[in-house]
Design a protein around this ligand. Sequence first.
Ligand code: EPS
Length: 391
Amino acid sequence: MARLRWMTSGESHGPRLTAIVEGVPAGLPLLAEDVDVDLARRQRGYGRGGRMKIETDRITFTGGVRNGETLGSPIGLAVENKDHANWLDRMAAAPLPSEPEALTRPRPGHADLAGGQKYDRKDLRDILERASARETAARVAVGAVCKKLLAAIGVDVFAHVVAVGDVPATLPEITIAELRARARASDMACVDPDAELKMKEAIKTASHAGDTLGGVFEVIATGLLPGLGSHVQWDRKLDGRLAQALMGIQAIKGVEIGDGFRAATGPGSTVHDPIGFDAETRVFTRMSNHAGGLEGGITNGQPVVVRAAMKPIATLRKALSSVDIRTKEAFEAAFERSDICAVAAASVVGEAMVAITLADAVLEKFGGDSLLELRRNVATYEEQLRGFGER
Ligand code: EPS
């Protein structure tokens, strides 16, 4: 089962976010730059709020890396919250000299009310600080380490935005490598330049109206061998594990694998991917990839394609009604500084969560305490696949 263990800690306006990830083999080249590029990508995207002007996220390794290589020991990752300096009077760990003013007005769509009830907090800040999507910076850091591991065995993971609000992108008929390059070149992670302009317009319009927008992103992973995940038990199915990983991102309300919900609408003859065989490379092929690279909860050698739907940011300038938890008075929800649209940022988080899930599945199948051992195990399995069905 899970070979990679990881966890994050930290509040949005606390001193820093930290993560520990255990199970990464020794001998993987790893530099701060490898992580910082993804941290920077997560901060971009038209429609982010004022907070992103305060933060410039950078990683500090606090364990598990020496002389530019992993040691096989737990990797400690830390990202400072520069904004913490402005919150010392409210967010210090030590008892505060005076009780900070309690936030008693839950915002609809946030964890404020349900979390406050569950943990019995009279100050809802105790909930919203951890529920905040600031935490995803730590996940992106873990994901960057996992992407580096996956790259070492020829696996690539990238994300792109396929819709913002009701503006869809049209996917051009180009290779996956070209899709990836276009996504990387766009600050909305959008491969369709016309749609990107319309998305930005829609975000601007929403902003003027005091509103926010959601959207959909897609994550594509290439270079995966068949055989990751398993059909034998419900919690080992890789599609289910990917769905949980994506659904666990703040504000995600829907996940699709391959054709997803569309697969429910057509006849079977249009939904499944006929099997072929390339005699030269001795690899089984497919003409289509409706399954999104997963059959029976196992990778089938095709690119893994997953999508996630993000609801609009729940902090609105246009107030929604709510009730004060102390006085029980009705009020219009107070506005705090907020993003208008964070779908491009969420796509980077999705990329990280998919990379973490796939790295775990890779380690589960191939093991290896060192990168050398992992690679050797992968090569042996590839050799085994070449003789499949003929022994
Ligand atoms: C967030 C609210 C905003 C966002 C934040 C997520 O922060 P603040 O309350 O400080 O204005 O900017 O996102 C980040 C800080 C980030 O790094 O992505 C929320 O409530 O989820």
